[in-house]
Design a protein around this ligand. Structure first.
Ligand code: PYC
Length: 328
């Protein structure tokens, strides 16, 4: 039996697993992530796949922090695997920690320090009468991998793209470049293009994080809608193996801000509004410059909201023929 508090962040679910997993071996959260992928991935499949989850399910497993300066450790799980960092998931975690009293709640702002596989993330939760009104994340340093490159994509030809890290690697592609409109009724074609672009980049020029072990591929394509700029951007976030982020994607917003900063279009302190495929919004801001493995980088903040949607106990009966669920 697993206990969880379910939430959604601007439309995207986060199942926050509060009990049943135990302490995952590993001296750091990234070591725990790598151990989980190798030895415990069935738990992710059970909790994310149908019938307990669905094809766009996402979650976070709470762990004791591995660092003295953090309140909780977080392992991100979703249908596509174990992300090193997830922005909407962290906003969901912070909201759940406040509203269940799993951290000391201070009004008007509760600060929670989270140990994630990608590094320290600080969540500042605006709280009023015990209710989490919004969460501002100070994310891990984000940086540009390449600007204005071109990848040959079978069936699409040469596709211009830029690549940046914001907690995950994001390929940013203008929707116009694949000849598709920003229209949810065309989502299958957008997804097919996104998966083809990921495959082509991973086969020809995969990225590699200079400091975090095991981050060496692109599983996210941020298709930028026409008319987007460095103040307000709309996008469709195609994610491996075949779904769209419902939220504006916290790590994707961070990567996009790093890209705009790399182009000289977004300065420190400027607000950047990123809108999801369902029309929900995060507001981002760059607050400092830094480096990652010698690469110029920026520290982003992301502000968004989450709501608790349920409290559950998820069971696996030994006679269940689908112990790892299934995807459809
Ligand atoms: O919010 O960072 C995010 C995210 C990653 C994948 C889905 N959402």
């Amino acid at each position: 039996m697993f206990t969880a508090v379910d939430s959604h962040t601007e439309g995207m679910p986060t199942r926050v697993v509060t009990g049943g997993v135990g302490v995952i071996p590993g001296a750091t959260m990234n070591e725990k992530r790598l151990h989980f992928i190798e030895h415990l991935d069935d738990l992710r499949l059970l909790l994310m796949n149908e019938p307990r989850g669905h094809s766009a399910m996402s979650g976070a497993i709470l762990q004791p922090s591995t660092r003295d300066d953090c309140d909780w450790g977080v392992l991100y799980i979703e249908v596509s695997g174990c992300l090193p960092m997830c922005g909407h998931g962290t906003i969901g975690v912070a909201t759940v920690l406040v509203e269940t009293g799993m951290v000391e709640v201070v009004e008007p702002v509760t600060t929670i320090r989270l140990d994630t596989p990608a590094g320290l993330v600080i969540a500042r939760v605006a709280v009023s009468d015990g209710h989490a009104e919004s969460v501002t994340l100070e994310n891990v340093p984000s940086y540009v991998v390449r600007l204005d490159d071109v990848v040959d994509v079978p069936g699409y030809g040469p596709v211009p793209y830029s690549l940046a890290f914001g907690g995950n690697f994001y390929a940013m592609v203008d929707l116009d470049a694949v000849g598709l409109p920003f229209d949810r009724s065309r989502q299958q074609e957008i997804l097919t293009a996104g998966l083809a672009i990921m495959t082509a980049i991973n086969e020809t020029a995969p990225p590699k994080h200079p400091e975090i072990e095991g981050l060496d591929h692109v599983h996210h394509v941020e298709f930028i809608a026409p008319g987007s700029d460095a103040r307000l951007s709309r996008h469709a976030m195609a994610i491996y193996p075949g779904w769209f982020d419902r939220s504006p994607c916290g790590t994707g917003t961070s990567a996009r801000m790093a890209e705009l900063w790399g182009r000289g279009e977004l300065a420190l302190g400027d607000d950047f509004v990123n809108e999801s495929f369902i029309g929900s919004r995060f507001t981002g801001r760059l607050i400092a410059e830094t480096t990652v493995g010698g690469i110029p980088a920026v520290v982003p903040t992301i502000t968004g909201r989450a709501w608790v949607t349920g409290i559950g106990q998820y069971l696996l009966d030994p006679s269940d023929p689908f112990p790892t669920g299934f995807s459809f």
